[in-house]
Every structure is written in C-alpha cells, then in structure tokens.
Design a protein. Structure first.
Length: 670
C-alpha cells in the first residue's frame, strides 16, 4: 500500500517506516491509488445519524494548524499544540512533528455521510453525520492521511488524491469566469438593503468620476420581493424585482453597461431564494415545505442558537426535484433582463434542512447539480458561491470555481480586519486547490483600506470594492487597477508563507506573511494582523517555496530594492494594521524586471519577456512607473518603437511610461 502500514498489534499508522499516528481500535487502512497517502475507514458502530469515532493521537505532535467551521457558512483557522485544542467541525488539519515533517488529515464525504475532525476524550475523534435522523451513517473512506516535508507540496498532492477518490475536480481543471480579471463594485456596504436604481447609478458615476470605473457590478441584497411569515422568517414571493426597481432590472442593467462601461452585472440571491427560503403559496409548483432548521452537534456546540438564529427557525425548501426548475426559472428571468451572473448566498443553510430529503450529502449534490447547470445554461457559468464553506460545496462542485472563503468585510469591527486576511490565506491552503478563493469586497476610503487593498492585490482572486458614494481613495485604487479596468491578478491563491503556517498572527507576536507568484516572479505580503503591538520581520526568497535565491527584491512602501543573494534585507517594523509588499524578480543575464512600481503587484504587469542578441523586449500591461534592475545601464530604451528617456542609478533602471494601454519596451545593451 505504497509504504503505508497499520500495525494490528499497536495500531501504529506508519509511512515509510515512520510512525505518524496511534489509532484507536477498529480503523481500517484503504489504499490510495495515487500513492500520495492513505484513506482510513472508521470502526463499525451502532446505526445512527450522528456518530463520534475515537481516532487516536499523533506520535510526536509539536504544533498543528487547521481550518474549522465556526458557523454553517464560514471557516476560520485554529492552531494549537495538543489534540485537545482541535476544534469541532475541523475540515483539514496539518500537524508538524519534532522532526520537521508534516502529517495532513482531511475528513471526507461518502455517499451519505459527512465526516469532520474534533478533539475527543482520548486524543482526536472523527464525527460522522448524515443530517437526517432516519438515515444512518455509513463507514466508507472517512479520512485521508498524507505525510511530507514540504507542507505546500504535500497539500497540493493530497488534493489530487482526494479529488480522484471523490470524483471531484480541482481548480486547475475549471474555467474562470471572464469578469475575474476586472475591477468590480458591490452595492452591499454602500447601501445595504436600501439599494435602488438611482443609488446604483450614482455609485457607478462616483467611481467613474474618481477615475476608476468598475467593469463589473454586484447588485446585492435589497432588490427582491419577500414576505415576512408569522414566525418572522423572510421568504421570497416573486422573481420580479421589488417596487423600488420598477419590477424590472432591464433599465438599470442597460444604463450600467451603456453609460458607465460595466461589462458584467452579477445579481445576488440566496440558495433557497431568500433568507427564509421560498413562500409555498407563491411557488406551488415546486413542492415547497416548511422545514425546521436542525444543524449537527459540532455547530451547535459552538453556537446553540444556530437552529433559530439568524433569519428564523424554518425555511421554505423546494423538493429535491424542484431545485432544478426553481433555479432555471429564476435565472432565465434574470438573464432576460440583461443580468450576466449570480452571487448565491446562504448556501450553508442547506445542511440544516436536509431531514426527509435524503440527508445532507444527497441534498447538497442535487442542489449543486441544479445550481451549476442553471448558471452554466443562462450565464456561461458566472457564479460566486457565498456563505458556502462546506465540504459539500467544495467536493461536489464541478463547474463553478469562485468561493468566498471568509466572513464578511466588516467596516465597523476593527478587530475583524486581521482575522479576515488570516482566514482567507489559510482557507486557500486546502480550499484553494479546488476553488479560487474570493476574499470579499472592501472599502478604499476605510481607515484599513490600504491594508485590505494590499491583501487583495496578492490574493489571486477577484478585486472589488463596496465604496459609498464619494467615499473613495482613488490613488489607492489606481495601485490595483489598470487603465482598461483590469487588475493585476496573481497566478493562484495567496497562501501563508512557510513560517506563518503554524502561528496565529491575531493572537501571537508574529507577522502574517502571504505569498503568491507571477510566472517566475513572486510577491510576499507582510501584515500586522494584531491589535496592540508593533511587530518586526523580514521577507526573502525562502518565503516562496521553490523561488530561486538570486533575485532582486523591491519593497513597495519603503521604495527600496536589494539583491537577495548579496545584500542585507531590510527589517520591517509594522504597527497594527500596517503592511508591506515585497516583489521578487529573477535575475536573468544581469537584468531583473520589477515591472510597474506604482502597482501593488508590480511583476504581474509584465506580460512577456523576450531576449534578443542585443537586448530585451518586454510587453507591459499598462504604462506607469517602470522599474528594473540592470547590472549595466542600457544604451537605449524604446517605448512603442520610439526612444524614451530613462534613469539608471545604483543598478535601478526607471522610466515613466504613458498610461492608457499596453506598452512595448525594448532595452538595448549593445
């Protein structure tokens, strides 16, 4: 079994002769065809809809990092030094041992059962649940285990093994929606539910007048018709928009596109229509039932009110067969009004109303198939999954790829901002292998606007704001947005640097460090996610797994460049809420192209590099403050075929290039 063994004498689970876990009795070893790790099946148990299986203990645990669901909708990181610190509803866990190795544990889904990790009376436990009291748990592959010395490479390989076992699809196998590289605006924090066509158009005009017109728009909650039930729930009663919108979105969508250059309009709705689901009288054709919320013990142990709060105790839920017709009719209606996609919220509610409908796994699969098929049919697959950090969404999704991976941006909760970045980066470690993390909107004029903007620049996900009318930091936004409305998105999800994986920067005296790549270049963000103390740290090539050591680093706020192999790196001291971005450009033939230094993700502005006998040809995605490092000054620099002035001092080559579109540069050295 690819060097994995489970010793029946002492229940030691070992890989390549190294004992990793001491398991509780009854666990069975299942082969992993990919050879990355192994799968474990739980002991036999009395039939029940919820079962906790003792798992055992790590052989030599030094510290662990993990992601756990603290609500039906969202996850957050949890780190610790003992199995007793593992939280309920843990969806993945990476344990570091004293020898420097890492053991990854990933609870899975089978045909009817969802598994999760938690602390047990004697070490770890695996919780199994179906979500339906009439449906007993099954005993298939409950847990994936893998071991390796490089955590990032280990997680990447493990995701492939899990996807193959579950029949899922990885992020790299899915197509990104066409708006993901454009700058966007969302109405939520600007207006909340008091949104109206006039306000939407005023918001678009405000950003356009500031010089940063959004190219896609989310019309968030506040446009629909709903009725409040006697028990307090708010339920959808019609597909047509409410009276503020004149029962039709067509005029608003047309004006947004024609008058303000918006290319894609995305409209919000909840997975079940609205927060309280569907009104049965308004939609008689889809077998709508009022179902009392009934979440599992892992969630209720953290918040006992989940069955009644928020939005009431009952949801109007269509029949399993009714989901497809519901989404098809809703999305057909929206598409006929010019809408280009949907943001589907409150998806985590579904597991709480799965009783009597085949359980959470089956209901999740039916809903997921119906939602994605409809989004593909009517919107070309433009779908943002929100409040959906569930195993069902992660493993059952096949076409949609965008997933909000943290709780909201909260303008009025100062303590939330550091955790927001930490949660998204850690979610990217595992979730980012299957879907592209969306780090949510932010407000450019907020006191922590630059903190969030720097993080979004390296997040790898979509970049959009929720600015109120006239409340913009246009200079900040121009560090993110190109002249044509595109953003400089990095290659993949922004991930924690190796020395940030096993620390909690919201509680410990350590900076949060996040990396991403742009081809053979890279960027590292340093963030003080705490609330009290100034913290210090460094950034270097070792923060980016696989990055070569001979490169030039450029610190954006500091405005300083250095050669990593020979020069002393600066020490960054950051107060709470402060940040720094350091770009790394590889040295090739004595030249390192830093890109556009007036953009946060500078090296992503380099679309191509091509060496010729006497110099280097570059394509830049826009003009601006070009920066490169050259051992020798070039004899000439041409921009779009014409000679252009440049500066060369202390190895740095700079040129101010006209904005307005891509630029072709030629550096001549001989």
């Amino acid at each position: 079994m690819h060097n994995w063994q489970l010793d029946p004498a002492d229940a030691a689970l070992s890989s390549a002769g190294r004992t990793l876990l001491r398991l509780a009795p009854g666990w069975r070893l299942l082969d992993d065809a990919s050879g990355v790790g192994c799968f474990l099946a739980p002991p036999d148990a009395e039939p029940a809809a919820y079962v906790e299986h003792p798992l055992g203990r790590f052989e030599a645990l030094e510290r662990f990092t993990s992601l756990q669901r603290f609500s039906p909708f969202w996850t957050r990181p949890a780190v610790g030094m003992a199995e007793s610190a593992v939280q309920p509803e843990t969806v993945w866990l990476l344990a570091r041992d004293a020898r420097g190795g890492g053991t990854l544990l990933v609870p899975l889904l089978d045909e009817r059962t969802r598994f999760s990790l938690r602390a047990g009376p004697a070490g770890l436990a695996v919780a199994a649940e179906t979500g339906d009291p009439d449906l007993a748990c099954t005993g298939g592959a409950a847990l994936f285990v893998a071991h390796g010395s490089d955590p990032h490479a280990l997680v990447h390989a493990a995701a492939g093994a899990v996807a193959a076992r579950l029949g899922g699809r990885l992020r790299a196998q899915r197509e990104l929606p066409d708006f993901v590289d454009l700058f966007g605006w969302c109405t939520w924090d600007a207006f909340y539910k008091e949104v109206s066509p006039d306000r939407v158009l005023a918001g678009l005009r405000s950003l356009t007048d500031a010089g940063v017109p959004p190219r896609w728009l989310i019309l968030d909650d506040g446009w629909q018709q709903w009725r409040q039930a006697a028990s307090g729930e708010e339920r959808l009663v019609a597909f047509a928009p409410n009276a503020r919108f004149g029962r039709d979105l067509d005029a608003l969508v047309r004006s947004a596109k024609q008058d303000f250059g918006v290319q894609r309009v995305i409209v919000w709705h909840a997975l079940l229509g609205y927060w309280g689901g569907l009104d049965a009288e308004a939609f008689p054709a889809w077998g709508v039932r009022r179902v009392a919320r009934s979440f599992g013990p892992g969630l209720l142990a953290q918040e006992p009110r989940w069955n009644v709060w928020p939005w009431g105790a009952q949801l109007g839920v269509p029949s399993t067969e009714g989901f497809a017709a519901f989404y098809d009719e809703l999305h057909r209606s929206l598409a006929s009004q010019g809408v280009d996609g949907v943001k589907v919220d409150a998806q985590g509610l579904l597991e709480g109303v799965s009783a009597g409908q085949g359980g959470r796994v089956a209901l999740g699969a039916a809903s997921r198939r119906a939602l994605e098929a409809s989004a593909l049919r009517h919107f070309g697959g433009r779908l943002i999954n929100c409040m959906a950090c569930t195993p069902e969404c992660l493993y059952q999704s096949r076409d949609s790829v965008l997933l909000r991976t943290s709780d909201d941006f909260f303008p009025n909760r100062p303590e939330s901002h550091g955790l927001h970045l930490f949660a998204n980066a850690m979610a990217g470690m595992w979730f980012g292998e299957f879907m592209l993390p969306d780090w949510d909107m932010f407000q450019s004029g907020h006191p922590r606007g630059a903190f969030h903007a720097a993080a979004r620049a390296i997040s790898g996900g979509p970049v959009y704001v929720s600015d109120g009318i006239g409340r913009h930091d246009a200079a900040l936004l121009r560090k993110l947005v190109l002249s044509d409305g595109r953003v400089l998105r990095a290659d993949g999800p922004g991930l924690p640097c190796p020395d940030s994986l096993f620390a909690d920067p919201t509680r410990e005296a350590t900076l949060l460090k996040i990396f991403n790549r742009n081809g053979d270049a890279a960027v590292v963000g340093l963030f003080n996610a705490g609330e009290t103390a100034t913290l210090a740290g460094h950034a270097g090539p070792g923060d980016v797994p696989g990055l070569g050591a001979d490169c030039i680093a450029f610190a954006h706020r500091l405005g300083r460049a250095w050669r990593c192999r020979t020069d002393t790196a600066p020490r960054f001291e950051l107060a709470p809420g402060e940040w720094e971005l350091v770009s790394f450009a590889p040295i090739e033939r004595g030249v390192a192209v830093i890109g556009l230094a007036d953009k946060f993700n500078s090296t992503a502005a380099v679309a191509s590099r091509c060496w010729r006998d006497s110099g280097l040809d570059l394509t830049l995605r826009d003009g601006g403050r070009f920066l490169a490092w050259c051992e020798q000054a070039p004899l000439a620099l041409h921009c779009d075929g014409a000679p252009h002035p440049f500066r060369h001092q202390d190895g740095l080559l700079g040129a101010d290039l006209p904005t307005g579109g891509p630029r072709m540069l030629s550096l001549s050295f001989g």
